[in-house]
Design a binder for this molecule. Structure first.
Ligand code: HEC
Length: 166
């Protein structure tokens, strides 16, 4: 049995790109952070940021804090780099207590914000420095599993209580 001739891989890639568009490509590229960083960022955000930015990061916390998701995130951040988002957050937030958190916490917070907005974790840990354009790794559509810490994004369980020694 004869198969039709196969198009060259490069041609296939070009056709795929035209068909699916850049947005779908963006969803495939791994973000510059790990799953563990995104998970740690969620608890840090609940602790330090949602009072103003809202429990679902929709800006509903009062005080005029903007949403860190949706149209607002898309407008402000898709054309900037992950490193720029890190620099902004670590030098301006939490408002009135800017820069109070350890660098590692800001690294985790930004990993989580990127993941909520559609970036996928990858093998490389975020350091705070990254020239990757956010729009190249995220489409700005809220991923609710990340937002609510479900599935692979579930927080680690509390450690089992130590057994009493007799
Ligand atoms: C006391 C209220 C408050 C707290 C707490 C707070 N923010 Fe903000 N945040 C704001 C306000 C108000 C703005 C808008 C002002 C601005 O853009 O300079 C803002 C802006 C931002 C932006 C930019 C949003 C955009 O689209 O430009 C980011 C990112 C951000 N905050 C992240 C954080 C993180 C991460 C934390 C927790 C460490 C945090 N914020 C805690 C009030 C707060």
């Amino acid at each position: 049995m004869r198969y039709p001739p196969r198009p060259a891989p490069a041609l296939l890639a070009a056709i795929l790109f035209l068909l699916t568009g850049a947005a779908a490509m963006a969803e495939d590229a791994a973000g510059p952070f790990t799953l563990q960083q995104a998970i740690a960022g969620r608890s840090a955000l609940l602790e330090n940021c949602t009072g103003c930015h809202g429990a679902t990061m929709n800006g509903g916390g009062g005080g005029g804090a903007p949403a860190l998701t949706g149209a607002n995130f898309q407008e402000d951040w898709l054309n900037k780099s992950a490193g720029q988002l890190f620099r902004f957050a670590s030098t301006n937030m939490p408002l009135n207590m800017a820069g109070m958190l350890p660098r590692e916490t800001y690294v985790n917070l930004v990993s989580f914000i990127l993941a909520v907005n559609g970036a996928k974790p990858g093998p490389v840990a975020f350091t705070g420095n990254s020239d990757v354009r956010i729009g190249a790794i995220a489409d700005g559509r809220t991923v609710t599993a990340v937002l609510y810490g479900e599935g692979p994004y579930a927080p680690p369980p509390y450690p089992a209580p130590a057994k009493k020694r007799r």
